[in-house]
Design a protein around this ligand. Structure first.
Ligand code: HBI
Ligand code: FE
Length: 288
């Protein structure tokens, strides 16, 4: 998501930007929209999402019956995995977002997209956050990575280096791919919650697919208004978590001397899984 630290907190919102979910206030049409989003995505993700995602849906009993009640969802999520969903009105300031992640609280948008935004919404709504992000928190290593990311985010803010760390979040937590014995699979929530990008990210000839490299990712700019032009692929979640175990200060120092990279760039040092061909970009169409 675009970084957000210019928001001013409305008076009815708690200092940590959380709100009561008020699950009863969701209308029958809200629940119906969740069901249709869920059912469509579950058809698309079969054979495309990573196993950890499906294990998470099962462990949390995240079915398609309607918008989940966080009080019920948190019973499993907190007792078994040490994470808690907290409802927020939308994008919250970076520092507040990181503080929640660093304390194993995941901020989830407390609204569902309108019918006109059914296929795409830029701001993270409850479907993107709860369907896309929450199941992945049940993978212990990935859950610890997200918490480490929150701790790192607070540090990055203090060093005024957020932009490069935000790229790490973008190309892993939001748009990451993971290699498996059956080929690349999706673990990034921005793809998991998007039917079109779930197909594009794995099957289009247009984007580059490149092996994950921390510095490379942190130099690479990203688009927030279209499918990604490059996807980074990890071997396993340990690769991500271990990348956070080092002191980032020298990394931020080194990044100062590097140019940022356009997302359609390929470097000679890249481990290329697929060299994308941009002219296919406009011809990719998805029939779900
Ligand atoms: N707030 N609710 C919400 N969800 C996000 O994903 C989010 C945010 N605020 C800041 C933010 N993401 C990003 O700027 C950081 O990941 C860098
Ligand atoms: Fe997200």
């Amino acid at each position: 998501m675009a970084s957000s630290n210019v928001l001013s907190r409305p008076p009815n919102i708690r200092p940590d930007w959380t709100v009561d979910q008020n699950w009863e206030s969701f209308s029958p049409s809200d629940h119906d929209r969740w069901r249709r989003l869920y059912d469509r995505q579950m058809q698309v993700l079969e054979g495309r999402a990573c196993d950890a995602f499906f294990r998470g849906l099962h462990a949390l009993d995240l079915h398609g019956n309607g918008i989940p009640d966080f009080a019920i969802l948190n019973r499993q999520l907190t007792s078994k995995f040490g994470w808690t969903i907290v409802a927020v009105p939308g994008l919250i300031p970076d520092a507040v977002f990181f503080e929640h992640l660093a304390n194993r609280r995941f901020p989830a948008g407390n609204f569902i997209r309108s019918e006109s935004e059914f296929d795409y919404i830029e701001a993270p709504d409850i479907f993107h956050d709860v369907f896309g992000h929450i199941p992945m928190l049940t993978d212990r290593v990935f859950g610890d990575y997200i918490q480490a990311y929150g701790q790192g985010g607070l540090r990055a803010l203090s060093l005024n280096c957020l932009d490069s760390l935000a790229r790490l979040y973008w190309y892993s937590v939001e748009f990451g791919l993971i290699n498996t014995d059956s080929g690349p699979r999706i673990y990034g929530a921005g793809i998991l919650s998007s039917p079109a990008e779930s197909c594009f990210a794995l099957e289009s000839s247009s984007p580059h697919r490149v092996g994950f490299d921390l510095m490379r990712v942190m130099r690479t700019l990203y688009r927030i208004d279209d499918f990604q032009e490059i996807y980074f692929q990890i071997k396993d979640f340990n690769e991500l978590f271990e990348a956070t175990l080092q002191d980032f200060a020298p990394i931020y120092q080194a990044l100062q001397t590097c140019t940022t990279l356009q997302p359609d760039t390929i470097l000679p040092s890249d481990i290329i899984v697929q060299r994308g061909d941009q002219h296919y970009r406009d011809r990719f169409s998805v029939t779900i």
